[in-house]
Design a protein around this ligand. Structure first.
Ligand SMILES: NC(=O)c1ccc[n+]([C@@H]2O[C@H](COP(=O)([O-])OP(=O)(O)OC[C@H]3O[C@@H](n4cnc5c(N)ncnc54)[C@H](OP(=O)(O)O)[C@@H]3O)[C@@H](O)[C@H]2O)c1
Length: 253
């Protein structure tokens, strides 16, 4: 479940709806929640705290350190800030939100490793890194793994296909697909109707099923509408066959 823009609300009712949406997603079986210190200036993390407060151990919380906070002491402070806002003693996955070429990646990664050693972080991830930046980040971490790269990937945005996706598959690194529903701009008409009918899928479900066709890929759609949450939670319960994935992929080439 993505949480970008959660935490921005104009009334207590709207905040309650956002908390309820995350809770409903969890009830439906979605257990990875992605947030960031940057989202709504930390208020997205506070909404997540409210939703998981009695069920922390049942969920996998992924958050991110902003590119301006990649100096050693800033990484440590940023993580502590996220833990405070999330109301938890550990983050499951701590991701570098974007690379920052003006700060040596070695310095950032040494701080990430310290967070793991101290038990504040379970796994280290990156986001928006290309292949050479990923190689550099891995080389800066001789003792730990980078388990994931979070990048934009959907039927309508395929920039990861030439290099980043094959790299993740080969290196067994999870690719976390963000904006997997093209931020709500779902290309309904393009997806082959015969496949939708055969599997009784909506176009959004087909998009999520397609983007996660490789076991190395997980998707983090954001939804606040309960109907959307139900659709998304049940979108990956069947696997299509290879030629059907190819047809869906070709529909937007
Ligand atoms: N690492 C990064 O730099 C980065 C950048 C962007 C995003 N992200 C992460 O990725 C998450 C997801 O990306 P996103 O929020 O950009 O976009 P998205 O998940 O592709 O799309 C979200 C939009 O799709 C709608 N929607 C959800 N399920 C639907 C369904 N079944 N049918 C029709 N519409 C549906 C939502 O509406 P409702 O809310 O009304 O249900 C919302 O407007 C973010 O929330 C964030 O956690 C990371």
């Amino acid at each position: 479940m993505g949480t970008w823009r959660l935490g921005a609300f104009s009334s207590p009712d709207e905040r309650a709806r956002q908390v309820a949406a995350i809770k409903k997603g969890i009830e439906l079986g979605i257990n990875l929640i992605d947030t960031a210190e940057m989202y709504s200036s930390g208020r997205s993390e506070e909404v997540v705290r409210e939703a998981v407060k009695h069920i922390r151990k049942d969920v996998f919380i992924a958050t991110k350190v902003s590119p301006g906070n990649l100096r050693r002491d800033d990484v440590i402070e940023a993580c502590k800030g996220s833990l405070r806002r999330l109301g938890t003693s550990y983050v499951d996955l701590y991701q570098v939100h974007w690379p920052n070429p003006s700060i040596p990646i070695r310095e950032t990664m040494s701080a990430m490793e310290q967070l793991v050693r101290e038990g504040l972080v379970r796994y280290i991830g990156i986001s928006n890194f290309n292949v050479s930046e990923t190689d550099e980040a891995r080389a800066a971490l001789p003792k730990s793994e980078i388990v994931s790269n979070q990048v934009e990937y959907s039927l309508t945005n395929r920039y990861v296909e030439p290099e980043i996706l094959p790299y993740c598959v080969r290196e067994k690194m999870t690719l976390i697909a963000y904006s997997p529903l093209a931020r709500g701009n779902i290309p309904d008409a393009a997806i082959p109707k015969a496949i939708l009918q055969k599997y009784k899928m909506t176009p959004a479900q087909a998009m999520l099923n397609w983007v996660t066709r490789d076991e190395q890929v997980v998707a983090i759609p954001k939804a606040t509408n309960p109907v959307h949450l139900e659709e998304n939670a049940s979108s990956v319960s069947v696997r299509l066959d290879g030629s059907e994935y190819e047809q869906i992929g070709a529909s937007l080439r």
